[in-house]
Design a protein around this ligand. Structure first.
Ligand code: X8Z
Ligand code: ZN
Length: 393
């Protein structure tokens, strides 16, 4: 709905006809349950020498959508701050997307458990982007075809160049397509706070950013009667979003550094040991480094935490470029061949959003004023009669 992930168009844009790297079918075929998916995620953390989920995690977490009540299904991780109760809440569906989300949530839990001995004030991520990055970092290894095969979720997979491009393209539809969205969410919100955008232009300003950064337009014309940013959980719950943008950068820095530690990536031999094939599974050396950073919580400035894992103190997007290098080369070649236009232009004859408002805002937006008045008089009369009755009795 928000075009924050484009991986669902993989079927249409897949360059080569190779076996699927989506393991959803296999998960269903195996009769996998949400708890089994959580065990897969836990096992990965444990393989690095990190902490297993405590019994309180298994008894306190909500891993499935309750049948008897409504809950907010947006996945979240909870530190109850007693050093024991670490829970997640996820209405897990049995599919690959939710398997990745389970790793994401458990990344929060692992971080919370690692810094539990810090004073309360430091029990947080080195910065919010670090907190969002840990589970995704695990998923970068777990999603590799080689790893999925190893844990019995992928029967066969090809290892030729075409299969690699397919894989990298699906990862790019997830990770690269997210970047403009991760950026514009808070850009829009900060514009609200700065009064650069106001209630009369909330929706069209949103669609301007969507078009400018993501290159998307709505399937039907929107107006100021609509409030599309409000469809996003983080807008209505006032949850900051820029951390997901930071996470998208820093998780590749962590991945690159830990892959070198695990001897799974060799910067001097990118063909033999490329970054996108790296799987840090079972590397205690990588786990030790990561744990050292996680245990700091927010007790040190984030560049210091970053330095422990990467040896660098700055956010740096070159690790993403490293990861996607073969795809970049391939895309440049293909786009040259097809003379593809790089970018997008607004179709001026079809504006995505009209800066008009037909409905009045407020609870009585559509009501007739005279009916409202008569109703008001009637309700007043009723309450006065009741008051009279009460006083008399
Ligand atoms: O909100 C989340 C997590 C919980 S922290 C499920 N994410 C963002 C989103 O869903 O919009 C993870 C990716 C981005
Ligand atoms: Zn998160």
């Amino acid at each position: 709905m928000w075009s924050q992930s484009w991986v669902n168009i993989m079927d249409i844009v897949k360059p080569y006809n190779k076996s699927s790297i989506d393991v959803t079918e296999k998960m269903v075929e195996k009769g996998m349950q949400p708890v089994d998916m959580a065990k897969i995620a836990e096992e990965f953390f444990v393989s690095l020498g990190l902490t297993a989920m405590p019994s309180e995690f298994w008894s306190g977490s909500v891993l499935e959508k309750p049948k008897d009540r409504e809950i907010i299904c947006h996945a979240s991780a909870w530190d109850m701050c007693n050093g024991k109760d670490f829970w997640i809440k996820q209405c897990t569906r049995v599919n690959m997307e939710d398997l990745v989300t389970l790793h994401h949530e458990m990344g929060h839990t692992q971080y919370q458990m690692q810094y539990k001995n810090q004073p309360k004030i430091f029990r947080d991520g080195a910065n919010p982007g670090f907190h969002e990055a840990i589970g995704d970092l695990m998923a970068l290894s777990v999603q590799t075809p080689h790893h999925l095969h190893g844990i019995g979720l992928l029967d066969q997979f090809e290892e030729d160049e075409e299969a690699e491009i397919n894989y990298l393209l699906s990862m790019a539809l997830e990770k690269i397509a997210f970047l403009p969205f991760g950026y514009l969410m808070d850009l829009w919100r900060w514009n609200v706070y700065k009064n650069k955008t106001n209630p009369d232009t909330y929706n069209c300003d949103w669609w301007d950013l969507r078009e400018q950064y993501q290159g998307v337009s709505p399937p039907e014309v929107r107006t100021e009667d609509d409030f599309d940013p409000g469809s996003k959980f983080h807008i209505t719950t006032n949850s900051p979003y820029i951390q997901y943008f930071v996470s998208s950068i820093v998780q590749f820095q962590f991945h690159q550094a830990l892959c070198i530690t695990a001897d799974q990536f060799d910067p001097a031999n990118r063909v033999g040991k490329p970054l996108h094939k790296c799987d840090i599974y079972r590397s205690h050396a990588a786990g030790e480094k990561l744990a050292k950073m996680l245990q700091l919580g927010s007790s040190k400035p984030w560049p210091e935490a970053l330095e422990i894992v990467t040896g660098k103190r700055q956010l740096d997007a070159s690790a993403i470029l490293d990861y996607f290098h073969p795809l970049i080369v391939w895309l440049e070649k293909e786009n040259n061949k097809t003379k593809e236009h790089i970018g997008w232009v607004r179709d001026k004859s079809h504006p995505p959003c009209l800066r008009t408002k037909t409905k009045k805002s407020g609870s009585q937006s559509n009501s007739n004023p005279s009916i409202t008045f008569i109703l008001g008089v009637f309700l007043c009369a009723v309450s006065l009669t009741k008051l009279d009755f009460f006083l008399v009795n």
